[in-house]
Design a protein around this ligand. Structure first.
Ligand SMILES: *Cc1c(COP(=O)(O)O)cnc(C)c1O
Length: 401
């Protein structure tokens, strides 16, 4: 007999929970795609998207998932034969580098492993060694969703400036945007990308590339092809060209509502603060559960941890048992580990991730943690006592921090 006959909850690092208001906004007949309401509405979305990325520069929308935005960003500023530096701190940075190679771009890899953030001094040394200025771009992730590391992008910019290197700085913010503080213009980032299904609380299927004037100059020597070209998507004379064909009508209605919630009602800085408190509450619970060594954060130093996703390692078998009990008995889906162990190895069942990005509140956070506590009780997994009170204390202190 199961207790699992109620509302289910998703706590994976994307797709994230979609607000009811976003779903309702999408539930409607198809609009005219040439003029009128839809066209007017899309015009209002650019300022809000730029507010999320903290840029005054350009935004392009694509009908594509995050992988599509990786490719879009690369083909607009690079040509086959160009060389780039790919900084890796987990599986997503590696994947993005492999996309660059598939386009004929030569990649130099600077790897910091699976448990650490970027060391800016090492980056500076590598850039100084590029005396001929061959590296056209530095590519990195803000948050690597596999390891849950948060990279210090201002420190990356500083390392590039210290080395006097004028490569473009391209940052994957697919997991982090609207969750972890990110300031595209103030931090001197040239190209940024994100997807609709994480912090932006909208179904998977749209992605966004933001670029500044330096990147726009690089675009002039690139040949992105018709579909990925960001120029018509940024300043379209004809609305139809903005999406390279039919607009993603219903995604746009959903996204408009999500941006209203995020930018107009909550405000991006308040959203960062909310994610910060919720992440700290989850970490506090994990710290208590792990007092006797049952589990620990993949990223040891909280300074280097994302506020959007947490990767956790456990004693053998525990992660798999917690995940399975939550999935089949509690109605809660936790994230699998990614890139920290190979599937079907003993280490596989020692990894899991909690997604805490986007539409999240106290009730949802405590539901995730309470379900996990119950799973550990049901599966006889040893754990420290008091994890839920530790989390409650952090949440209760939200306005005093
Ligand atoms: C989710 C994610 C991606 C991939 O996005 P898809 O929509 O699955 O293609 C890329 N990079 C990061 C950091 C992500 O979190």
């Amino acid at each position: 007999m199961s207790l699992n006959f109620g509302r289910t909850q998703l706590a994976i690092p994307g797709p994230s929970v979609i607000p009811e208001r976003v779903l309702s906004a999408m539930h409607r007949a198809s609009p005219n795609i040439y003029h009128g309401e839809l066209v007017d509405m899309v015009t209002t979305m650019f300022p809000d998207l730029k507010a999320v990325a903290r840029t005054k520069h350009n935004a392009a929308m694509y009908i594509a998932n995050g992988h599509g935005s990786w490719e879009a960003a690369l083909v607009n500023v690079l040509n086959p034969g160009d060389k780039v530096l790919v900084i890796t701190t987990g599986r997503f940075g590696e994947f993005w580098g492999s996309v660059a190679r598939s386009l004929g771009v030569e990649t130099q890899i600077l790897d910091f492993g699976l448990h650490s953030a970027i060391d800016p001094q090492k980056l500076e040394d590598v850039l100084r060694a590029d005396t001929k200025g061959e590296l056209k771009a530095v590519m990195t992730v803000h948050v690597d969703t596999a390891t849950s590391v948060l990279n210090d992008i201002p420190a990356v910019r500083q390392a590039m400036d210290n080395a006097g290197h004028d490569a473009l700085l391209m940052v994957d913010c697919i997991a982090s945007l609207s969750c972890d503080r990110f300031e595209m213009d103030d931090w001197g980032v040239d190209v940024v990308m994100t997807g609709s299904q994480k912090g932006l609380m909208t179904p998977a299927g749209m992605s966004f590339v933001f670029f500044n004037e330096r990147a726009a100059v690089a675009r002039k020597r690139a040949r992105p092809g018709n579909y990925w070209d960001w120029v018509p998507r940024t300043n379209p004379e004809i609305f139809y060209h903005q999406f390279g064909g039919t607009a993603p009508t219903h995604h746009l209605y959903g996204l408009r509502e999500a941006l209203t919630i995020l930018v107009k009602e909550e405000g991006i800085e308040a959203a960062w603060k909310r994610h910060n408190t919720i992440a700290h509450a989850i970490w506090a619970a994990v710290d208590v559960w792990g007092e006797d060594g049952t589990m620990h954060h993949n990223i040891a130093d909280p300074v280097n941890r994302s506020r959007a996703v947490s990767a956790i390692s456990t004693i053998p078998g525990a992660a798999g048992k917690i995940r399975d009990w939550c999935e089949f008995q509690a109605g809660l889906t936790l994230g699998i580990g990614l890139g920290l162990a190979e599937p079907n190895t003993p280490q596989w069942d020692q990894q899991f991730r909690i997604g805490h990005m986007g539409h999240q509140n106290v009730a949802m956070t405590m539901s995730v943690l309470g379900s996990m506590e119950t799973a550990m009780a049901a599966c006889d997994i040893p754990r420290g006592e008091g994890a839920l009170s530790a989390a409650a204390k952090v949440l209760a202190g939200h306005n005093s921090s």
